[in-house]
Design a protein around this ligand. Structure first.
Ligand code: NI
Length: 256
């Protein structure tokens, strides 16, 4: 019934007890997952998992803090990965101005290069944007990302900016912070943005929802996020979950 559109089963932490993570998720009816890569190795792992499990799909891409040593060689491999039948998106890519392992210029070059690849292979983007709301928007607009659109991962920007993103064919990944007392921005986005632009994600093993903050996150907590979304939208959890499934299918252009 439920979908996790952003989970790092390819991360060492979840990998170390993967069968348990999957079992817990299925017990909570989280039966479809998109495993998101953030560097070459985790993108390759995402594809392996997607081939191992029917219910699993992959997103591949290079996160802005991981691109420093990447040359044409890595981008060549990325391009090959994008042609895999279980790859449904390019990501996570974007800007991260919180960490300074790479410069803004390096991040921009890598981002633009990957936007162009997403356009070439008609794949939606999964966007990571940390401390970089405006520059992320500007780069996507300048490089015509509206041709493919995608998902603003764990969106914490304003409702105003969200409306601009909708015009560029983007939807919003709603995650753990929607359950936090101080998750005002994300709650507002759920409240004010049309339901057809909302999807659910955990970003596991990070961003654990209330009341499990401080422990490892896993896809089994998706219902907590969808319940909060349903409550804000004043509909049933089943209706919310169904809307999310339709939205994800529309975004990736196939039935997951
Ligand atoms: Ni992530």
């Amino acid at each position: 019934m439920f979908i996790d559109t952003h989970v790092h089963l390819n991360n060492k932490q979840l990998e170390s007890h993967l069968e348990e993570v999957i079992q817990d998720a299925f017990l909570k009816q989280v039966t479809t997952m998109i495993v998101v890569g953030y560097d070459l190795e985790t993108s390759q792992k995402a594809i392996l998992l997607a081939h191992q499990y029917d219910w699993c799909y992959a997103a591949v891409g290079f996160h802005p803090t991981e691109i420093k040593d990447y040359t044409d060689n890595e981008y060549q491999i990325l391009e090959e990965m994008l042609q895999d039948e279980k790859v449904v998106a390019l990501g996570e890519v974007g800007y991260d101005l919180h960490w300074d392992t790479t410069t803004v210029e390096e991040q921009e070059r890598a981002f633009v290069r990957q936007i162009e690849l997403a356009k070439k292979y008609h794949l939606p983007l999964i966007i990571h944007s940390r401390d970089a709301h405006q520059i992320t928007f500007d780069t996507l607009k300048k490089h015509h990302a509206e041709e493919i659109g995608g998902i603003m991962h764990s969106y914490s920007g304003s409702v105003e900016l969200a409306k601009e993103y909708i015009k560029m064919n983007f939807s919003f990944g709603i995650s753990g912070p929607v359950t936090f007392k101080n998750g005002k921005n994300m709650k507002e986005v759920v409240e004010q943005i049309d339901i057809q632009y909302l999807v659910s994600e955990t970003d596991s093993p990070y961003l654990t929802p209330h009341p499990y903050r401080g422990t490892e996150n896993g896809p089994q907590y998706i219902p907590l996020i969808v319940e909060e979304m349903a409550k804000i939208k004043q509909i049933s959890v089943e209706e919310m979950a169904l809307a999310i499934r339709n939205n994800v299918n529309r975004i990736v252009g196939k039935t997951l």
